[in-house]
Design a binder for this molecule. Structure first.
Ligand SMILES: Cc1ncc(COP(=O)(O)O)c(C=O)c1O
Length: 468
């Protein structure tokens, strides 16, 4: 090879990523650099930094999906520039969203079936806010028609996820959260009734409580409200926060009546990105019929071309998650959802049994499909003769990458400290058996080592999704 050719090749050759000039420096963290850099080098640096994040599949605190098939990745890639709000430019994505709402309307037994009103959202929090706002406006419009005071709205809930606290604070509504008791960790009809009055805009029940995984008794709550109406004439609407349960009960516990079969249930919200098996960034809210969604809340915009109805908090939003949701509906069908969720429940049952065998823990919720979602929640037995607490236990598990959060219950059950595992698609029996091995190793460690000072909730402030 002629010398000049070799030199030309060398001049044109890129440095290897880790031999490049950009790799020689600590990159700026808080001020944008002046100059440009080589994309492959920066890509590697950013990717490397992300290694410091936890491993999502070992995150047993989250309710959200951490497994995506290659088909979902392909669809997400294809839709990266599609904006869900721009229904004029992306009419087919809008049509897909409409079909998803229709499928959910049928799944949840809306009297209007596939024609019911609903929308996609970024997640359950936005879906809950929209459900809550419609509830508030219905109450307000009714009271105004009757010439009654609307200045003191309140809402009655069980132990809700923080999104409802946000809703109440942002919209200036008094949140009457029925307190738990150590032996009653959810809202019952009897505990709910004393909190209701003529200023109650509605009751929110949770199908799959964030704290324990258990379903609240929606049907009994509705029956108690039916009786209240008979006795007092007060008609109170119900919103079901089905963030997890609305994508579980229809497949794995169809005998539970919690949805639009109950006339008092006026709206339902859920997370597509939890047990809907869509990637992160999609939720749904549906109303039992058109009359439950006040016209005042709907905006019409024309600046994207065409007349578009908008009822969302955010405007621009990626469409890929909605498209992936539609893919999952078609790909899995009822059977597929039943099988995937059924396996999660089997894994949960296995874990509950194994955790019970240690003889140290009381199972608060065992993750059975008739009572809740595939989650296991437990507390230390009162007479467990051990030096560690659940915060210590969670911390030790974390040192091997497992995130199994420990946290205390809200008022009035603060004395109850629990740990919880969420079983999702991608955390099967084999992984669960590895986790149980880790439990054994951890217990051995505590048996053979002195524990200095026990950890507190503040020391082990792991994310538990309750938002508190
Ligand atoms: C019952 C309940 N509602 C609402 C939410 C908020 O959901 P998202 O994270 O989709 O906004 C959660 C989250 O875990 C939840 O468990």
């Amino acid at each position: 090879m002629a010398l000049y050719q070799a030199k030309e090749i060398k001049d044109n050759m890129e440095d290897s990523i880790f031999g490049s000039i950009d790799s020689e420096f600590i990159l700026p963290k808080y001020r944008m650099p002046e100059g440009e850099s080589e994309p492959s080098v920066i890509l590697e640096v950013v990717k490397d930094e992300l290694f410091l994040d936890g491993n999502a599949r070992q995150n047993l605190a989250t309710f959200c999906q951490t497994y995506e098939s290659k088909e979902i990745r392909e669809l997400m890639n294809l839709s990266i520039s599609k904006n869900m709000i721009d229904k004029d430019e992306y009419p087919q994505s809008a049509e897909i969203e409409r079909r998803c709402v229709a499928m959910l309307g049928n799944l949840w037994n809306s009297p209007e079936g596939g024609n019911c009103s609903g929308t996609s959202t970024v997640g359950s929090s936005e879906a809950c806010m929209l459900g809550g706002m419609a509830m508030y406006y219905r109450w307000k419009e009714k009271r105004e028609k009757e010439g009654k005071d609307t200045s003191k709205p309140n809402m009655v809930t069980g132990p809700v996820q923080v999104c409802w606290e946000k809703f109440a604070r942002y919209w200036d509504i008094e949140l009457r959260q029925v307190p738990m008791e150590p032996d009653r960790l959810y809202m019952t009809p009897e505990s709910m009734l004393p909190y209701i009055d003529e200023n109650t805009i509605g009751v929110v029940t949770t199908l799959g409580l964030t704290f324990t995984g258990k379903y609240e008794p929606v049907e009994e709550i509705c029956k108690a409200l039916d009786q209240l109406e008979k006795d007092t004439g007060l008609s109170i609407d119900v919103h079901v926060d089905g963030a997890s349960g609305a994508f579980l009960a229809p497949f794995c516990a169809p005998e539970i009546k919690w949805d639009f079969r109950l006339p008092r249930v006026k709206s339902i919200s859920t997370s597509g990105h939890k047990f809907g098996l869509a990637p992160l960034g999609v939720g749904w809210v549906l109303w039992r019929d058109h009359s439950q969604l006040p016209e005042k809340l709907i905006f019409h915009v024309n600046y994207l071309g065409g007349d578009m109805t908008v009822f969302q908090l955010n405007f621009s939003r990626p469409a890929g998650q909605v498209i992936s949701q539609y893919y999952q509906f078609l790909r899995l069908g009822m059977d597929g959802y039943r099988k995937i969720h059924g396996n999660c429940y089997k894994t949960a049952a296995y874990l509950a049994e194994e955790i019970n065998k240690f003889g140290l823990f009381d199972i608060v919720f065992d993750g059975n499909p008739h009572d809740g979602i595939p989650a296991i929640t437990w507390q230390l037995k009162k007479d467990a003769n051990v030096k560690f607490n659940l915060y210590d236990f969670a911390d030790k598990l974390r040192s091997r990458g497992w995130l199994v959060p420990a946290y205390s219950m809200p008022a009035n059950a603060e004395s109850v400290v629990v740990q919880r595992i969420l079983v999702r698609q991608g955390f099967g029996m084999d992984m669960a058996s590895l986790l149980i091995d880790e439990f054994k190793r951890t217990l051995d460690f505590f048996n053979t080592h002195e524990i200095g000072a026990n950890m507190t909730a503040q020391d082990s402030a792991g994310f538990n999704h309750c938002g508190k």
